[in-house]
Design a protein around this ligand. Sequence first.
Ligand code: CAA
Length: 260
Amino acid sequence: MTYKNILLDKEENLAVITINRPQVLNALNAELLHELEDAIENLATDSRVRVLILTGAGDKAFVAGADIAYMQNMTVSEGKEFGLLGQRVFKMIEDFPKPTIAAVNGYALGGGCELAMVCDIRVASDNAKFGQPEVSLGIIPGFGGTQRLVRLVGPGKAKELIYTGEIIDAQTAFQIGLVNHVVKQDELLSFAKELAKRIVGNAPLALRYAKEAINNGMEMDLERGLMLEANLFGVCFSSLDQKEGMKAFLERRKPSFQGK
Ligand code: CAA
């Protein structure tokens, strides 16, 4: 598939997807979501890619939400279909079998905040702004915001943000746990890449199982979550990476992992 609305770059073990509709602050329409879905599907099975970074084109917006002009005249069923498409693609990103980092380079509103939230780690530039302003448009968050914001910042703060539609700055987002780091805008991508490089050296299968245990465990009670962890911990011992990791430790050298 050729992409008109996203850019895909690969360098060493990193892939960077840039949402690329800067003329509308990278707003999301169905065509863009289908391209994102295709890219994610391909990157999931590309063994050279070990970490994925998502960012937005330009210095103003990560993603300013779903495309309002595109949604304006939707019927009930079209609205639901669009919501399901966004939810499906975002769930694929959440379940992506490798770590993901959102490099939030400006507005992350509505669907943009929702996109950042499906990434494992969020790094924001100091000019970034976050919010779920949907109720000001007569709709509700539709790509997972009502579910994931609560899980990240708790129901009280999530309800306040969604009910008021208030837009918060990067520092406030950091204070409420919505982002992991705030850095200067011109350092954002290099910071995200440095963070990615700290992850890349670790065992790919172990990273995948750790993500699976965390993501799936959050939806379970502690007892089941711990059982899931024990099962995946056990599975690690079937991998060459476990053998290499422990052997390298005992031989006092750096491990060389193959993701097998
Ligand atoms: N959809 C479509 N176009 C958008 C857009 C969006 N979400 N956000 C910005 N744009 C367009 C503007 O219409 C404008 O286009 P023109 O130049 O053709 O007029 C261009 O991008 C630049 O935007 P502004 O002139 O508005 O820029 P600004 O600096 O004055 O304001 C902003 C920036 C505060 C982000 C403002 O653009 C804004 O409020 N955008 C909408 C944010 C929003 O409500 N997002 C939620 C969408 S609904 C959603 O996402 C549902 C869901 O959960 C899936």
